[in-house]
Write a protein that binds this ligand. Sequence first.
Ligand code: DAT
Ligand code: MG
Length: 138
Amino acid sequence: MSVEETLILVKPDGVARGLTGEIIRRIEAKGYRLADLRLVAPDRELLAAHYAEHEGKPFYEPLLEFMASGPAVAIRAQGERVIEGFRSLAGTTDPTTAAPGTIRGDLGRDWGLKVQQNLVHGSDSPESAARELALWFA
Ligand code: DAT
Ligand code: MG
């Protein structure tokens, strides 16, 4: 048994497109537990801390700008191997090539889509999850 918790974000595109319910439905259908949930309008400081590993990359500024464009839904989700499991549910980073059946593969749009508009975030390791949960649920 390895019960973990992870940070899931429904990003501003997901909230704006009215997909929060559909995304939460998939999380719950998989059997994960919602331990905490909040609507957050993140400031620059929070986003810079959250995406510190990407600072300096070409997509960093557009990514922060997009993430500040509207509210996000932050979820503390718990479950057996939920970190890896949610990333599997989410699909690979680029919605164009994310597998059908995944959140990004099923719900991502190709028309005018930018890679950062990929609906969700999920922590990628136990260390990231602890760090990110502390930021979003401070
Ligand atoms: P993931 O969100 O799948 O963990 P990541 O941590 O590598 O992906 O990148 C964080 C976010 O940055 C990602 O959700 C979308 C954006 N991004 C990543 N690579 C990109 C690229 N090559 N061009 C534009 N945006 C990118
Ligand atoms: Mg990542």
